[in-house]
Design a protein around this ligand. Structure first.
Ligand SMILES: Cc1ncc(COP(=O)(O)O)c(C=O)c1O
Length: 470
């Protein structure tokens, strides 16, 4: 035996085949059973064994995984899952995860093929959104990290001394609509500017950023001695999927010498649809862009992506010169720039393989169709809401998100109704607040969700609402 490798390779090989069969069985029948069920206390307790002194057999561990973990998942692989913004994964992504695990590549740097796969994936992403092919980018945990990297890059492009001196008294501010995702103010918080430094621009009745207000706020901040450095538009807001006027925001950014960032966490995938890509016009002009492959691209978690138009500015914001990480012209330590030059992570997994295999297998055309199919399901649900007495559509359905209110029920009732729905195992929408009112929110990001699933969800909502009213 060498190190931790098995003495009996044929035994672990047989076990591996068994695990793979179980995985395929589960994926093939993923729509059967409840979307979600609460994990009983007994199962939680059974996981608390303490750090074992002696190793256990893989058979036992797999049995425990099968009994204690698999039945109590997040539910997002099930077609009845339509909450938050979750991708559903594919068998292709599942296999790619395993293949990447076998490579155990560290994609922080150096010269090896896994980094070339990531470079190719970044080129695909740049071309998907129409950004120039000489832009830079890297795969990260998710859009929260991608937005954070973008804010850091934007601010360092404005003032590189921030890297060594910190924010100090500098009154740097940025702008995003009130509907922007919470990871943007958090990025300002983490970057040291403080979350208040992200000015929240009001939205119009169509849930898109009010551009007149944006211009006014920039002017007022300048007059008050602040230093505006960036503006973020959102392509697909988390609450109702609205798309800011990206071309309009870009024009204001250029007039005011601001960095133009786009948070397109899930909306970026709509660039693959000829039906929706015009609505995203202006996205191609972004200085930086954050989006996720793990959302609408259905790549298994986690797989976020940040893209930057000016690769030099991107590297200038993060790259370090360290004696123990010297880049050489030849050998394993060549291949600069390294991916660790484009974000805070030094050690990085081979996320690119599951992206490369998923997009490579389905192709841009099929992915674009899948996006449209999700939007068709959302449109069907919206029509049903509009024709059902007692239900009211609370926001226009731009892409794949439907928010509706239930007349005669308080916000507390709606919240409890959705909790009941989750516990029934029928469907898992989420909630949000639209114009102050609590909405049931169905985000059709899941490629497995059909109109039959949204019908089942709506029928259950109607029955639960009737019971509550009674
Ligand atoms: C518009 C938007 N931005 C950012 C995020 C954060 O993405 P992640 O959860 O991948 O960090 C989300 C998540 O739903 C989102 O919808």
């Amino acid at each position: 035996m060498a190190g931790l490798d098995p003495e009996d390779w044929s035994g672990i090989r047989a076990m591996g085949h068994q695990m793979l069969d179980a995985l395929f069985d589960r994926m093939e029948h993923v729509g059967e059973g409840p979307v979600w069920q609460p994990m009983p206390q007994a199962a939680r307790d059974a996981l608390k064994t303490g750090f074992p002194e002696q190793g256990q057999s893989l058979e036992d561990l797999h049995d425990r995984f099968t009994d204690l973990v698999v039945p109590y998942g997040n539910g997002n692989t099930h077609p009845g899952f339509m909450g938050w913004v979750h991708g559903a994964g594919t068998p292709v992504g599942m296999l790619a995860e395993m293949l990447a695990g076998g490579m155990n590549a560290n994609c922080g740097g150096r010269s090896h093929a896994a980094n070339e796969v990531e470079r190719e994936v970044i080129r695909w992403a740049l071309s998907m959104v129409g950004m120039p092919e000489d832009g830079s980018g890297c795969l990260v945990t998710g859009s929260s990290m991608a937005n954070f990297i973008s804010i850091i890059t934007a601010s360092r492009a404005q003032d590189i001394t921030l890297r060594s001196q910190g924010v100090g008294g500098r009154k740097m501010v940025g702008y995003a609509a009130t509907t922007a995702h919470g990871c943007l103010p958090r990025a300002f918080d983490l970057a040291g500017f403080g979350s208040d430094a992200l000015r929240r621009v009001p939205v119009l009745t169509d849930h898109r950023m009010d551009l007149a207000a944006l211009k006014r706020m920039i002017r007022e901040d300048r007059e008050a001695g602040y230093i505006p450095f960036m503006v973020a538009g959102t392509a697909g807001t988390v609450d109702c999927g609205a798309i800011d006027d990206l071309a309009g925001i870009e024009a204001i950014a250029r007039e005011n010498s601001l960095w133009f960032h786009v948070d397109a966490a899930f909306g970026a995938l709509a660039c693959l649809s000829s039906r929706f890509k015009n609505a995203l016009s202006g996205i191609e002009k972004a200085d930086s862009l954050a989006f996720d492959f793990h959302k609408w691209a259905q790549v298994p978690y986690d797989a976020g992506c940040v893209l930057v138009r000016d690769g030099k500015a991107h590297a200038a914001a993060f790259a370090q010169s360290l004696d123990y990480l010297i880049r050489e012209p030849r050998g394993l330590a060549s291949g600069a720039p390294w991916f660790c030059d484009f974000g805070p992570d030094l050690s990085r997994g081979f996320r690119a393989l599951k992206v490369w295999m998923t997009l490579g297998h389905y192709g841009s055309e099929r992915m674009g169709q899948m996006v449209e199919e999700c939007c068709d399901v959302a449109a069907h649900l919206a029509r049903r809401v509009q024709t059902t007495p007692g239900l009211v559509l609370l926001a226009p359905v731009t892409l794949n998100i439907v928010c509706f209110g239930i007349d005669g029920l308080s916000d507390q009732d709606v919240s409890e109704l959705v909790q009941d729905l989750h516990e029934s195992g029928v469907a898992a929408p989420s909630t949000t607040r639209i114009n102050g009112r609590l909405a049931v929110r169905a985000a059709i990001v899941n490629h497995r969700t059909t109109t039959a699933d949204t019908d089942r969800m709506l029928d259950a909502v109607i029955a639960l609402a009737a019971a509550r009213r009674a």
